[in-house]
Write a protein that binds this ligand. Structure first.
Ligand code: HEC
Ligand code: HEC
Ligand code: HEC
Ligand code: HEC
Ligand code: HEC
Length: 493
């Protein structure tokens, strides 16, 4: 059926009323499957991306349902998660998305490639040309019978403007004016938005190693192609094509985002552990985006003769990190507050944000004091007047990232039947919400800290000896600042 459609389409006009041609063409261009015959690779990669999944996501369905029940948000959520459904007036609240055609669900090819103008910095402020032409990076597109082609700086990775296309959906300001998701503004504030920085697509759409035609059409030229997998943090909880590849791409991203060093400061019974983290490779804060739902934490153990001197960040499987009773816990997330300063869990309730994310690199110039603002430290025990009871002989650091809060999950899925699920279905979803590992475990021993050939480093800071290990070549002795803290009591650590 789909193939027949594509063939008919090639012979444009077949059997159709010329007056309706523009509409027919628009409908056809809106369907991602119709691109597959010529752009197989982009189609396949996109099909496994969070953009394809954006409105099929069961977390989205559950949270959107709650948003409609509690706050009647209308199309607020679907404007970004299923923009073509909202723009075609096929939905007023996103509750009927399951019944809609694939061309209306998720962030489709058309939602990005027919954009010709950006009208604001957040909440899907994108103008679509709807003129039968698809926009891309080519100034000399090879002609085809299906769609017009046009160059657009919004789709050209070498142009900083291209970040505004991504940015209009990757910044969310809610009805109370709270800037809940801020990847774009964070990027704007970082050194990555400068001329020697990088645009969103330069990091998130990796260039293929080999050049090849962008369309399987005879005569099409050889081009640089860019991955449409869009890895970030999220993995699909329900079946999605290319799931293994997406998992690998996400893991590769997470493994290169941070530089960490693990140090022991002081001597004898006055020793404490120092963790140093630098957000080197994410072009924005870490974590970013839906950071109100992210839980990033640093698990630290310190041992002497096999007995534990300290163990922070030990989150039992299946439990919510923010509820862990652990005075030393270093938990990074955006905490949302209502007008009275109480913590809230759903993005439409937020009146303000209390954030302790690590900012993106503010300067690439090591001589600038800004360079070190994303070089942050935290002590274990957290209270500087306290120490480990003895000098450790082994210390470990593991960094974890849970993509969605488990207490919010339990709240949203408390009545499975309302979401067309049963208890077993809910349990299956929940079981997949496991923390991701960010980088490899870092192990400190006195010998490893002394091994300067393999990342060991010792220095003296304000009269106190510090001995470190790092696997990333981080210069632990360089300047750094205390990690940002939540300011409100409600958000705690
Ligand atoms: C009949 C084959 C065919 C189909 C079907 C097709 N395209 Fe294309 N498309 C092409 C060709 C050929 C080019 C030009 C490639 C080049 O110049 O290297 C192209 C170019 C593009 C470009 C780049 C335009 C530019 O100027 O940079 C985009 C974006 C694009 N197509 C998107 C789509 C989308 C989205 C669909 C589905 C709605 C689609 N195409 C369907 C053949 C096709
Ligand atoms: C029409 C709105 C829209 C546009 C435009 C858009 N995105 Fe997205 N993007 C989304 C939504 C919605 C999601 C989340 C889907 C989900 O997880 O349910 C997403 C997810 C992502 C993710 C995955 C995040 C994660 O944690 O896994 C990345 C990476 C991403 N987008 C990058 C980009 C880039 C780069 C651009 C510009 C080329 C872009 N996006 C343009 C709406 C958009
Ligand atoms: C989130 C926005 C977004 C979505 C969704 C999206 N693209 Fe793209 N696409 C881009 C951007 C941006 C570029 C330019 C990449 C660059 O040059 O950095 C691009 C490039 C392309 C190109 C040129 C070849 C290349 O790899 O650079 C083609 C063809 C294309 N896209 C087709 C598609 C098709 C087909 C779909 C749907 C199956 C799709 N795109 C979905 C943003 C998107
Ligand atoms: C220098 C490379 C780089 C640039 C530039 C960049 N990103 Fe990222 N981004 C990353 C990496 C690496 C990650 C995964 C790290 C992580 O969050 O743990 C990431 C993660 C993300 C996520 C998921 C964040 C989360 O924690 O949920 C989103 C969404 C995203 N990026 C969007 C964007 C947008 C939009 C832009 C442009 C305004 C952009 N990125 C620019 C490298 C980059
Ligand atoms: C401005 C565009 C925008 C709006 C409006 C928006 N989202 Fe999103 N949403 C995104 C983007 C972009 C991501 C991916 C961010 C990331 O990966 O860090 C996302 C991620 C998500 C996720 C998965 C990631 C997570 O764990 O939180 C859910 C669920 C979600 N949104 C639900 C909603 C609901 C429900 C609403 C309405 C109350 C909504 N969104 C409104 C853009 C938007």
């Amino acid at each position: 059926m789909k193939r027949a459609l594509a063939v008919c389409w090639l012979l444009l006009g077949c059997g159709s009323n010329p007056k309706n041609d523009a509409n027919v063409l628009r409908e056809r261009l809106m369907d991602p499957a119709s691109c597959a015959p010529c752009h197989q690779k982009q189609y396949q990669q996109w099909s496994g991306s969070m953009h394809a999944y954006a409105s099929d996501d069961p977390l989205f369905a559950a949270l959107n349902r709650r948003a409609q029940e509690e706050a009647q948000l209308g199309t607020f959520c679907v404007n970004c998660h299923a923009p073509m459904a909202a723009r075609s007036n096929a939905t007023t609240d996103g509750l009927n998305l399951g019944t809609l055609a694939p061309s209306l669900r998720g962030v489709t090819c058309y939602a990005c490639h027919s954009a010709d103008r950006i009208t604001g910095s957040h909440d899907d402020a994108i103008h679509l040309a709807d003129d039968g032409a698809l926009r891309g990076e080519y100034e000399d597109p090879y002609p085809n019978d299906v769609h017009g082609s046009a160059y657009s700086p919004l789709h050209d990775r070498t142009q900083s403007q291209s970040a505004t296309l991504c940015g209009s959906c990757h910044d969310l300001v809610n009805g109370h004016g709270a800037a809940v998701e801020r990847s774009f503004v964070e990027w704007t504030e970082s050194a990555f938005s400068s001329v020697n920085g990088a645009t969103c697509t330069q990091c998130h759409m990796v260039k293929d190693a080999e050049r090849s035609p962008a369309a399987s059409v005879p005569g099409a030229p050889i081009r640089d192609l860019h991955s449409h997998e869009f890895p970030g943090v999220d993995l699909a909880l329900t079946e999605l094509p290319e799931a293994d590849r997406q998992r690998q791409a996400v893991q590769a991203f997470l493994d290169t985002t941070l530089q960490t060093a693990l140090c022991v400061r002081g001597q004898g019974k006055s020793a404490s552990v120092l963790v140093i983290v630098d957000n080197v490779a994410s072009g924005h804060a870490w974590p970013s985006g839906a950071a109100q739902d992210r839980r990033a934490w640093f698990e630290v153990t310190a041992l002497a003769n096999g007995s534990e001197l300290l163990h922070s960040g030990q989150v039992p499987p299946g439990s919510e990190p923010a509820l862990l009773d652990d005075e030393n816990l270093w938990l990074m997330r955006d905490c949302m507050l209502d007008g009275q300063g109480n913590q809230v869990s759903k993005l439409w309730q937020a009146a303000s944000m209390d954030s302790n994310l690590i900012p993106g690199q503010l300067s690439f110039d090591k001589a600038s004091p800004l360079y070190y603002q994303s070089h942050v430290t935290r002590s274990f025990p957290k209270d500087p007047s306290q120490s480990l009871r003895a000098f450790p002989d082994r210390v470990t650091l593991d960094v974890h990232l849970l993509p969605f809060p488990l207490d919010l999950f339990d709240d949203l899925f408390s009545d499975p039947a309302r979401l067309d699920l049963d208890a077993a279905g809910v349990a299956t979803l929940r079981a997949q919400l496991v923390p991701l590992r960010v980088g490899k475990q870092l192990v400190w021993t006195p010998a490893a800290a002394a091994d300067t050939v393999h990342g060991g480093l010792s220095y003296v800071e304000r009269g106190t000896p510090v001995a470190c290990v790092t696997t990333t070549g981080m210069n632990a002795a360089a300047d750094k600042v205390p990690a940002p803290e939540h300011v409100s009591a409600a958000c705690g650590r």
